[in-house]
Design a protein around this ligand. Structure first.
Ligand code: ADP
Ligand code: ADP
Ligand code: MG
Length: 496
């Protein structure tokens, strides 16, 4: 096993990785930016070093500084987590040059899957069904129009190097396409350093279903079932669950074997995710994420596999913990991404100081958090501050457990997605399990009404819990301010 690992990430995922290291008795090195001086992950690590200014390019995206830190502090391996550098093949290349092990697949594989266009081509060659669309980047608008006509509107205009739902747009007609190309290209250039955009058939109301793949460096590979991630805003996931409510044994076998084939075809090693869009019994390859996924804990909950520990062991040359025929799916898990965003105001990011924090607990509840009481959330990074994961014997139990855990979760000082999550757990349509990627838009009014309802229901409990860390006078003032804001925003939203 490694002696020491450097974690090239921040927030909850940095802590998640360090927890796995601690169980494996591996020492951890955290690197933090100026803005993260007081962050929880820097305090959790065995050693923590400042690597630069707050802007990601000056710190978390700076490969040279990260490699230097690994060498200087004696880390034999680097875990990149998700986001930032995790999908940048140059990190792997530099690691290979410096004799440092990157915990992930080979850089050539990251490279192959990093471009959506290249990945689609490879997958087509592998016989994997892909979303119909162009096989090359768009060169000019007349070509784009021809391509769009042959695919048929509506279409999705997407950055080839994209991630996090950034930059993609639904296009309904030719004029719109002409207007969108330039701006999407420049957005892609500034967000991903690559202006290439392409077209895909827009699949209407699909489900997002993805498979967890784990492969070792001895040609053993398996999938650990699926996750459904259809509850999204701006094409980015908010709530995920496993298994998918639509899954059957037969469909899992079919989609799972396609996912495993896709990964084997490119010589995949370590943990990765094959994403599909699913619609009316058909499924199409969307992309492959060559890293640990934000929502990996729900797979851990239903299979019992510690995915991050497996990543580290595999990088160390060990064999796969559990062959395919030993994988069992047990019960149901749900994850809510807790973002510092205002769900009443179009999920606008809302960083700031947390003035009161109390996390939930009890049977089947897991909190992966990067924050604490009196912590100030910096504005430089992603708005996700923690993840609440629950497990239940079945979907109904998981939903009621999530509802209960959310009612115990108190975060004061910043607006969070918690009221939205509560409203979703109270939605009869969510209970029915008829999910699709536009669910949040379609049931916007119902979700708004539910937010009001659940806030009212949780009021007394919240007041009692707040009184564990605030004087009662302050509790009353905070509660009054929150209620007034909620009522006003909901009234404003309904007026639209
Ligand atoms: P996942 O695919 O793991 O479910 P997301 O798509 O939401 O999760 O992305 C995970 C995190 O990584 C988010 O913080 C997102 O903003 C960030 N991210 C994803 N892809 C990229 C990318 N290509 N470049 C930079 N950040 C990215
Ligand atoms: P990212 O790399 O940003 O995660 P993805 O290609 O995985 O991008 O797509 C993210 C989400 O955007 C999907 O889960 C889905 O909701 C939506 N989406 C992407 N492509 C399509 C498409 N062709 N048709 C319909 N929805 C799509
Ligand atoms: Mg994706």
């Amino acid at each position: 096993m490694f002696n020491k690992i450097l974690i090239a990430n921040r927030g909850e995922i940095a802590i998640r990785i360090m927890r796995a290291c601690k169980e494996l008795e591996v020492k951890t090195v955290a690197i933090y930016s100026d803005a993260d001086k007081n962050s929880l992950f820097a305090k959790y690590a065995d050693e923590a070093h400042n690597i630069g200014e707050s802007a990601p390019v000056k710190s978390y995206l700076n490969i040279e500084k990260i490699i230097n830190a690994a060498e200087k502090y004696g880390a034999e391996a680097i875990h990149p987590g998700y986001g930032f550098l995790a999908e940048n093949p140059n990190l792997g290349k530099e690691c290979e040059k410096h004799g440092i092990k990157l915990i992930g697949p080979k850089s050539s594989v990251i490279s192959a899957m990093g471009s959506k266009i290249a990945a689609r081509k490879l997958m087509k060659n592998a016989g994997v069904p892909i979303v119909p669309g162009t096989e090359k980047g768009i060169k000019n608008s007349s070509e784009a129009i021809k391509m769009a006509e042959s695919i048929g509107y509506p279409i999705m205009l997407k950055p080839s190097a994209g991630g996090g739902g950034i930059g993609m747009r639904i296009i309904w007609e030719e004029d719109e396409l002409l207007r969108a190309i330039d701006s999407t290209e420049s957005l892609a250039k500034s967000a991903f350093g690559d202006a290439t955009v392409y077209l895909e058939k827009y699949i209407q109301e699909p489900r997002h279903i993805e498979f967890q793949i784990i492969a070792d460096e001895h040609n053993n590979i398996m999938h650990a079932a699926e996750r459904e991630c259809s509850i999204q805003r701006r094409n980015q996931k908010l709530i995920e669950e496993a298994p998918s409510p639509v899954m059957t044994g037969k469909l899992r076998e079919k989609m799972g074997s396609v996912a495993v084939h896709a990964a084997s075809f490119i010589g995949y090693t370590n943990a990765g995710t094959v994403e599909f869009l699913y619609s009316n019994g058909s499924f199409y390859f969307l992309e492959m994420n060559t890293r640990v996924q934000v929502e990996h804990p729900i797979t851990e909950a239903i299979t019992g596999i510690d995915i991050v520990k497996e990543q580290i062991k595999i990088a160390c040359g060990e064999e796969l913990c559990c062959p395919q025929d030993t994988i069992r799916v047990y019960g149901h898990a749900i994850e809510c991404r807790i973002n510092a965003e205002d769900p009443l105001n179009n999920f606008t990011p809302n960083p700031g100081k947390i003035t009161g924090y109390r996390s939930p607990g009890g049977l089947g509840v897991r909190v992966d958090s990067g924050v604490y009481n009196n912590y100030t959330i910096p504005s430089y990074y992603d708005s996700m501050i923690s993840k609440l994961i629950v497990w239940g014997r079945d979907r109904e139990e998981a939903i009621s457990r999530m509802r209960r855990a959310l009612s115990e979760y108190i975060i004061l000082g910043v607006k969070t997605t918690i009221p939205f999550d509560k409203a979703m757990m109270a939605s009869p349509h969510f209970h029915e399990g008829k999910l699709h990627t536009h669910f949040v838009d379609e049931y916007k009014n119902e979700i708004m009404d539910n937010m009001l309802k659940v806030i009212e229901e949780d009021k007394d409990m919240e007041t009692r819990l707040k009184s564990t860390f605030l004087p009662s006078r302050k509790v009353a003032a905070v509660s009054a301010a929150v209620s007034s804001y909620m009522n006003k925003s909901i009234a404003k939203n309904k007026g639209k």
